[in-house]
Design a protein around this ligand. Structure first.
Ligand code: OOB
Length: 554
């Protein structure tokens, strides 16, 4: 598969500019790890339960894996769908892929056969990497089901104890290579170009299934380097990965890649569960953790319930993925005893951070400002005309780490980008007097459920697969726990007996859809309101369903 054919490149003058300014420095992701190992070789890089790896260990193990992958025929431009929980093997795999130009597609542990087959088909992936089980779910069996449907898949790699005969035990490939110099020589010849795609992130898509976001070594390297700088990361940083590591936020904002770049230590948490994470923060002396607002809220509740948790090492909690309510933001310092940093980012690129030394007012009430002097921002109205200063409008952006097009998605790209390359974020924002952005809403039709983005259209398409559904709308309703919940509003076909939420959820399970996309609530109506152009009027529906008179508000 020649990836370059499906990519939209940055214009040449900008490529030159980003290079001259040193944003793009010609390094591949694995080179950053190698450089850290030169300075901090014997220092602990990763803590994952009982496993503690030094920088030297991590370099050697990922080189061993790179060598073994290349012996199995994987090389430049080959894609792998990676679905792993937070574990040291995930990190070794990311660096191993970077070393030889193999491109991981960062699937989430929650994805199911429906999503995985789509990623494989779209990227022509040659392998799928899964754990054996998570919470009783057999990922290996699912990977094989997908592999049977998708002829490009040649291997299923498994991390875990229960590796079946036809799968390959990934751990058996992660070895320290025997002759170091020989290995280096072989691998150096296989190193990709820094402009090549290093990995594919997934968009929080508004249409159908998520789009693939190509991130090059050059642009992603700048993403985590500049983030580390803005966030004050250094070799004393101990960073907790509590959100799924395949998300941009914990991966590279500054995330685990940014921590390893500065010689810090990464602590892998299997879940964001409050008691477990509080325990890790105190036993590992974690200094920085990243959370979505729903997780931050649960951590704060846990700390208030059990004030004995020792969080004295914690200096910063980064919160992003969805807007944190100012009231919750104000409680962070008194409850957790650390600084809050708001992160308004997107897998597509642009990252905004409140700065650590901003006033409490800015930290609690804004979503920060762009991290790069070369991030370009425009706030426009529906006609793409700039609004006046301080007015709300749609956020458009370009810059040294913001994509120019989704992978192999020309039709979608026409809608998501202006003709001169601005990415339409779908967020409605304004500049506040302090020079920071405030997120006020969005134009994109999705449900932001605890930071996971669910495309309304995708949910609707799934609902239409049910024989009893005549009309369907998926809408976001406010939710105490998740920030937003996914509400399915349905008109039934004449003569059908009815439909329940559990029937919908069972059908979606049958379709092989990720659980986080299942509706949380069902409303059956006689008809759906429409706008004057005949589209379902979702804002009216939302109003009806959230009004105090609504029966669902009881
Ligand atoms: C992060 O990335 P995605 O790709 O899952 O979602 C991006 C979208 C943004 O366009 C915005 O709608 C929303 O998530 N969002 C926020 C926010 N952070 C993200 N809305 C309000 N306030 C915030 N702080 O979510 C992501 C990627 C990198 C770092 C952090 C978050």
């Amino acid at each position: 598969m020649i990836i370059a054919e499906g990519l939209a490149a940055w214009p040449e003058d900008l490529v030159n500019r980003y290079r001259e300014l040193g944003y793009w420095n010609g390094k591949t992701l694995d080179q950053y790890l190698r450089e850290s190992a030169e300075h901090y070789g014997d220092k602990e890089a990763i803590t994952d339960g009982d496993v503690r790896l030094t920088y030297k260990d991590l370099v050697q193990l990922s080189d061993g894996l790179a060598l073994n992958l290349s012996k199995r025929g994987f090389g430049s431009g080959d894609c792998l769908v990676v679905q792993l929980p937070n574990c040291w093997e995930f990190v070794a795999l990311v660096y191993a892929c970077a070393r030889i130009g193999v491109v991981p597609i960062m699937a989430l542990p929650g994805h199911r056969s429906n999503e995985l087959s789509y990623f494989v088909d779209h990227s022509q992936a040659r392998a799928i990497v899964v754990p054996d089980y998570i919470k009783g779910f057999d990922h290996q069996a699912m990977a094989w089901e997908v592999a049977k449907r998708c002829p490009t898949v040649q291997d299923v790699f498994v991390v875990g104890e229960a590796v079946s005969e036809n799968s390959v035990d990934l751990r058996s490939l992660i070895q320290v290579p025997e002759v170091a110099q020989e290995t280096q020589d072989i691998l150096d010849k296989l190193r990709p170009d820094s402009q090549d795609v290093a990995l594919f992130l997934l968009s929080g898509g508004t249409t159908g299934l998520p789009k693939l976001i190509p991130r090059s070594h050059d642009d992603y390297g700048y993403n985590f380097r500049q983030s580390s700088e803005v966030c004050g990361f250094d070799s004393n940083t101990v960073y907790l990965v509590a959100l799924p590591a395949s998300h941009n936020f914990p991966l590279a904002c500054p995330g685990l890649l940014g921590t390893l770049y500065v010689g810090g230590r990464v602590v892998m948490a299997r879940s964001p569960e409050p008691e477990y994470c509080m325990g890790l923060i105190s036993s590992e002396r974690v200094t920085v953790a990243a959370a979505v607002p729903a997780v931050a809220q649960r951590w704060m509740d846990a700390k208030m319930e059990n004030p004995n948790h020792d969080l004295s090492s914690l200096q910063v909690i980064q919160v992003g993925g969805a807007k944190i309510a100012p009231e919750l933001a104000r409680k962070v310092r008194p409850v957790l005893g650390c600084v809050l940093q708001q992160v308004f980012g997107m897998a597509e690129g642009l990252l905004n951070y409140t700065r650590l030394d901003d006033s409490d007012d800015v930290i609690c009430n804004t979503q920060g400002k762009p991290m790069s002097p070369d991030d370009e921002i425009q706030i426009v109205d529906e006609l793409d005309i700039r609004v006046s200063d301080g007015e709300m409008g749609q956020l458009l952006t370009r810059g040294p780490y913001t994509l120019r097009g989704y992978y192999r998605a020309p039709e979608h790209n026409v809608r998501s980008f202006t003709s001169d390359g601005w990415y339409r974020t779908g967020d409605v924002v304004r500049w506040d007097a302090s020079g920071n952005l405030v997120v006020e809403g969005r134009t994109k039709d999705l449900i932001n459920r605890a930071g996971e983005k669910i495309s309304a259209e995708e949910v609707e398409n799934l609902l239409y697969r049910l024989p009893s559904v005549a009309q369907a709308a998926a809408i976001a309703l406010p939710d105490k726990r998740y920030g937003e919940r996914n509400c399915a509003v349905v008109v039934l076909r004449e003569g059908c007996d009815g439909l329940t939420l559990s029937e919908i959820r069972a059908a979606m399970e049958e379709f092989g859809v990720a659980k986080y996309k299942f509706p949380d609530q069902l409303e059956i109506m006689e008809s759906l309101p429409t706008t004057n152009v005949g589209k379902i009027d979702k804002s009216l529906l939302r109003k009806q369903l959230t009004s105090p008179e609504s029966p669902t508000q009881a």
